[in-house]
Write a protein of this length. Structure first.
Length: 368
């Protein structure tokens, strides 16, 4: 029986049992699964991506949002966003901007750097991005945006994909039209989040809206995104949208095993590994020590503090240990926290596989 980490189509003539999953093609790039790690600023950095890949099942990971201007100016912070390694392949680099020449220059630079895919962000709802014409604002001008994306496709040899929402608001649902134009321009795939910019992350994902995008194109893969945190959510996404793949962001922060579980489900009908408390501690430790190896103790500890809340939501370490995680400064402190949690074991009523609600940004979207 094929395990989650072997979730790919066997070559013709293989004597092994074949998995029913078909590989997903993005232009010239063949992905080993149809599951994507969505970018999340401050979380989906190189160490986290590698730790998730080691669990199996992930087809493609994407960097957090990269400003093309900052990249070309040589910003150290921006170059941190694109740090990678052979263990992190294939990697998609997500860029944003509004100037066609600048974005094309950045795409060529990234191609030479070794990116496997260039992903254009048209989904970010944050004000500091959209006020300069990037992110979700690009969905408001179909003609200009299509021209820019066509120039990007022509500028590089690697696949170009687009991440977008359904539209700016309910009166401007431009995603189906844009997807149709992008297919004609040579875009390899579109990832579509089933909400408008005006919605932010409020309400429920609009699966009918994603289906409208799927039905607008002929052959280009449409990747569904939004509110997928379980096998049941993924099954519903596939059934109600007809999408070719699924991109998962916050759901993977709570359950990094979700990609392996989805592959196992498709291959065998069973989700495979339901991580124990010990396995979750192992993953957290692997993530932290990969951070240390890349950035050193001090910087790794500061970076980890942002993730500590997500780990605490699942592990429920108690107020004292949670505070220590949020104030972490050295690897020895982290190892002591993990040792204490191992000794104490799961808290009362903790159950493997049960996940808390996903935390999302709140408040007026104009203030984000």
């Amino acid at each position: 029986m094929i395990t989650a980490t072997e979730c790919f189509v066997e070559p013709p003539g293989s004597s092994h049992t074949q998995c029913l999953i078909q590989p997903l093609q993005l232009g010239s790039l063949t992905l080993r699964s149809r599951y994507f790690l969505s970018p999340l600023a401050g979380y989906t950095n190189h160490p986290f991506r590698v730790a998730v890949r080691e669990l199996g099942g992930l087809g493609l990971a994407t960097t957090e949002l990269v400003s093309t201007r900052a990249l070309l100016l040589g910003s150290n912070k921006t170059h941190e966003f694109i740090e990678t390694s052979p263990a992190d392949y294939p990697l998609s680099v997500q860029i944003y901007g509004a100037d066609a020449r600048e974005m094309c220059d950045a795409a060529r630079w990234l191609e030479n750097y070794g990116a496997a895919v260039i992903d254009v962000n048209m989904g970010c709802p944050v004000n500091k991005v959209v006020k300069n014409g990037g992110g979700s604002a690009m969905m408001c001008n179909v003609g200009a945006t299509t021209t820019l994306v066509r120039a990007l496709v022509e500028a590089v040899r690697i696949p170009v994909t687009v991440k977008m929402r359904l539209g700016w608001d309910d009166r401007q649902l431009t995603a189906p039209l844009l997807a149709r134009e992008f297919e004609q321009a040579g875009v390899a795939a579109v990832m579509i989040h089933g909400r408008t910019r005006e919605q932010g992350f409020s309400g429920r994902v609009n699966l009918a809206g994603i289906r409208a995008v799927v039905e607008a194109v002929e052959r280009m893969p449409i990747i569904g995104n939004g509110d997928v945190r379980s096998i049941a959510d993924a099954e519903r996404m596939f059934a109600e949208t007809g999408c070719a793949g699924i991109a998962i962001g916050r759901g993977a922060l709570l359950n990094p095993w979700i990609f392996a579980q989805l592959c196992s489900w498709e291959c065998t009908g069973d989700i495979g590994t339901i991580p124990s408390y010990e396995q979750r501690l192992d993953f957290m430790s692997r993530h932290y020590h990969l951070l240390v190896g890349q950035r050193g103790e001090r910087c790794a500890s500061l970076t980890f503090r942002k993730c500590a809340g997500w780990y605490s939501r699942v592990l429920r370490p108690g107020k004292e240990l949670h505070q220590k995680m949020m104030m972490l400064e050295r690897a020895a402190e982290f190892d002591a926290i993990v040792a204490t949690l191992r000794e104490k074991g799961p808290p009362p009523h903790w159950k493997a596989g049960e996940l808390p609600e996903i935390a999302v940004p709140k408040g007026p979207i104009s203030h984000w």
